[in-house]
Design a protein. Sequence first.
Length: 394
Amino acid sequence: MSRTHLRRWAAWPAALPLAGLVACALVLGAALAGAAVQPAARQRVLVMSTPPEQVQDRLAETLAQGLAAAGDRAEVVRVGWPADTSSEAEVARHLLKHGPADLVVGVSLEVAKEVQRQAPGMQMLFDAYNDPRRSCVVESLDKPGKNATGTFVLGQEGDKMTDLLLAAFPRLRQVVFLVTDDELGQQPCPNEFAPRPADHRCRPGWVDDAAEQRRLAVAPDAGDWARPGEPIAFRFWRVCSVPDIVALGALASQPQTGVVVLMRDLFYYQRELLVKTLNETRKPTVFLGSIFVTAGGLMALHPKLPDTELTTLRLTRLILHGRPAGSLPVSTPRSNAIVFNRAAARRAGLVPSVSFLRRVDSFVEYAPGSAPPPAPRPPPQEKQAAAKAAPGPR
């Protein structure tokens, strides 16, 4: 282009009539305003519902109300657990069939791992009680990566539970850890153990093999609690099925023995039978999570975590507004509360130490089978107000 043409091109706006300039400005402003008010594309959130208590039904309702109150255009779809399915791979396939989706919420670590394998780009919020790092679902708690984050509600606090048990009953000389055959989430990432053979079968009862103990739980160092001339033995008892819970009554014959119940799915869903059986042994028992004390258990170490539903709502909003799930830290408990059931102690004739009683955060009176009805949920407007107050995307 010649200099003459350049000068003419530069002078072209000045040659336009004033009315023409005004018209162009109005057209441009209207176009920009129209683009600004165009509604964002509607997003889809899949919420996994797990049996038998359908806890995630309430989560789906909370998310739908919270997102609507915040003005987010999102469709919340509850996905029921597939019937007659025991494979995590099948559950993941069933979940992904309800796509396309911008986010999957409420999956367990097992299902989350399968979703990562089948759909690596899918954003996920998991709800876990095992450490997600050991399942390789996240790389770290602060910077999860892998398009996944969520809540890590109940960790395996074997050391803290042991300390609690021995502080309450210092005359104990044996601590028995109850475990199942579920090793998922109990080993580092990458897994350091060789895979079990295909014909492996769960064998209930005492677990004496040291390698198998490391598979099932992080075994505490007995030397941390040993006293001169008073060694403490740590043993593991494996439960494979519901009938094996009844067999725990054999612990009654073990002298100076306390029991640590690690968190497992079987124990959670069969907590009433488990608590009843252990109470009949009259052995001091510590659980992970106050829900076991509510069922009549003796005492529990209960992790303190902010409202899980509101935490999930906050993370959901951040992800839907563009923050990658893998960049959001996993929500974890910052402290633990000690809950002690005086009714269970009286029935078993157990008297804890005075120093332990001074550490208790909450004393309760729950007899087996007398669990109170669930606390009423807060009104929707309170949930909505909390959602609006939650920090938005940056």
